[in-house]
Design a protein around this ligand. Structure first.
Ligand code: FES
Length: 162
């Protein structure tokens, strides 16, 4: 179930849209925040709240790479593999991350800290290669800069993530 805070937030969000259907993206975001990822139950709840067909909610959730339909780590690393990033060494960055994290693309580290994914263009092509960690961009990546980013992420306290 949505937390009381999220229900209150949703009430405010719904006031900004002409109809409930239009609020599907922010509502899915709230559901993901509360559930950790978009479980079938979470999407059913979104469908009920917005008076939509659950299939429609599922379809929208499947379209966006920032909606997770399986459990993910605290930090979701999404490396762009589209052409400009590929030409600038995205494959090397993915290999480096696989080696450093000890996981394959699509997996989560045993400590639940990192999930590694590859995605299509995240609109930072002029600063390729690019990866996104949760909602933050990291650009012009090199294996060395990736190591620094991982070190910084590992050092964050749980309070910083709230
Ligand atoms: S191709 Fe990687 S950000 Fe656009």
């Amino acid at each position: 179930m949505f937390s009381p805070d999220s229900r209150a937030e949703l009430d405010q969000i719904l006031k900004r849209y002409p109809d409930k259907r239009s609020a599907i993206l922010p509502t899915l975001y709230l559901a993901q925040r509360d559930y950790g990822y978009l479980t079938p139950k979470a999407m059913q709840e979104v469908a009920e709240l917005l008076e939509l067909d659950p299939t429609e909610v599922n379809t929208v959730a499947a379209f966006y790479t920032l909606f997770y339909r399986e459990p993910v780590g605290k930090f979701v690393i999404q490396v762009c593999e589209d052409l400009p990033c590929a030409l600038c060494g995205a494959e090397k960055i993915v290999s480096h991350l696989r080696e450093r994290l000890g996981i394959e693309v699509g997996e989560t580290t045993a400590d639940g800290l990192f999930t590694l994914q590859t995605v299509m263009c995240v609109a930072g092509c002029d600063r390729a290669p690019v990866m996104q960690v949760n909602l933050k961009y990291f650009e012009g990546l090199t294996p060395e800069s990736v190591d620094k980013i991982l070190e910084e992420l590992r050092s964050r306290s749980p309070e910083e993530e709230k």
